[in-house]
Design a binder for this molecule. Structure first.
Ligand code: NAD
Length: 318
């Protein structure tokens, strides 16, 4: 437990709809960092509900979302993007007055729209996106440290209550995450570039090469670079299908930009333009190298801040 001990929150009953990787990790992180309230959970399969209970993530579970949200102060929707609207429709009549609704979906404009349509207003709706995950999904992949030091982006509407934003912020901070607030459409454009585009690319390259006439050699001779580059093609296909379909316009636009850029690079290669090609590769290398240096610097600063907070905690206890 770190400095999260001192973070105060109001939710005594949290309902997690979708106790898979993201939902169960949220519960696990809350528990690991001293959350003493009640957690109810919901998954489609009874075995998943049972497993989440056995692992101590939830106190009670159901395969019915309406059942799980009864009496909850806060609901986290951690279901696939295209299941969010139907889940909201199912739970809406059963939400306690003032219940805060948040989610972990990877596209935010769609969630705001769904919530506005189904709930009628966004006063207690705080869409969120943890920038943390793994290639493997499901309750057994859950991890109490998944959010530790990671960024969670919240995209509330201008009509969302400050208290609801503060509550969702406090719970993510209790999980060890850092929280930032962004406008939903901006989030979706940025994530289209940094996350959705690379995934589309990795899935497409592996799919294309799986149909290559020398397929066996292509994969047998693949070196570390190919494996690093295509690691994210091991992500859940349904989740990534949902993400692309929920963020069609920004993903379409950035794909158009990439296709133009690729065509340009193809022309340079065909024309044998060494200087222009080297200039593109050098710019990419410098950009990536500086990003990595910045990432490592930020990580070291966070670790130092955490060590300092831990030592203050220890002194207070003595
Ligand atoms: P997961 O497959 O591990 O868990 C999904 C959960 O949703 C399961 O409990 C499942 O029973 C339930 N579910 C599936 N389909 C449903 C349906 N049609 N109706 C109701 N419940 C359904 O998935 P995950 O990786 O935990 O992803 C959950 C959400 O988090 C997604 O919206 C995803 O976009 C988002 N997210 C995932 C990651 C990641 O890296 N995995 C990162 C950030 C955000």
């Amino acid at each position: 437990m770190h400095e999260q001990q001192r973070i105060s929150h109001n939710s005594q009953h949290i309902a997690i709809i979708g106790t898979g990787l993201i939902g169960a990790s949220f519960a696990a992180a809350l528990r690991a960092n001293g959350y003493c309230g009640y957690i109810s959970g919901c998954a489609r399969q009874q075995e998943t509900v049972q497993r989440a209970k056995e692992l101590g993530y939830i106190d009670i579970g159901s395969t019915q979302a309406a059942e799980a949200v009864k009496g909850a102060d806060l609901v986290l929707l951690a279901v696939p993007m295209l299941a969010i609207r139907a889940t909201l429709e199912e739970i809406a009549p059963h939400l306690a007055p003032g219940c805060v609704v948040t989610d972990a979906g990877s596209v935010k404009g769609q969630v705001l729209q769904d919530a506005q349509d189904v709930l009628g207003d966004l006063v207690n709706v705080v869409p969120g996106h943890p920038l943390a995950g793994k290639e493997h999904s499901g309750v057994d992949a859950a991890d109490e440290t998944l959010y530790s030091g990671q960024l969670v982006i919240l995209t509330p509407h201008k009509t969302t209550a400050t208290a609801a934003i503060a509550e969702v912020t406090a719970l993510w901070q209790l999980c060890g995450a850092r929280v930032e607030v962004l406008e939903a459409a901006h989030h979706d454009r940025v994530l289209a570039a940094t996350s959705h585009l690379p995934h589309v690319l990795a899935f497409s390259i592996v799919d294309m090469l799986s149909q290559h006439q020398a397929r066996d050699e292509v994969f047998r001779f693949s070196a570390g670079g190919f494996r690093d580059f295509t690691r994210i093609a091991s992500g859940d296909p349904v989740m990534w299908r949902d993400i692309c379909l929920s963020n069609r316009e920004p993903v379409g636009e950035i794909l158009t930009d990439l296709l133009e850029h690729l065509q340009h690079v193809q022309q340079l290669i065909e024309a044998g333009d060494a200087q222009a090609l080297e200039s593109i590769f050098s710019n990419a290398k410098t950009t990536r190298d500086s990003l990595i240096v910045k990432y490592q610097r930020d990580l070291t600063a966070q670790q130092a801040a955490r060590r300092k907070a831990d030592s203050v905690d220890d002194q207070v206890k003595k």
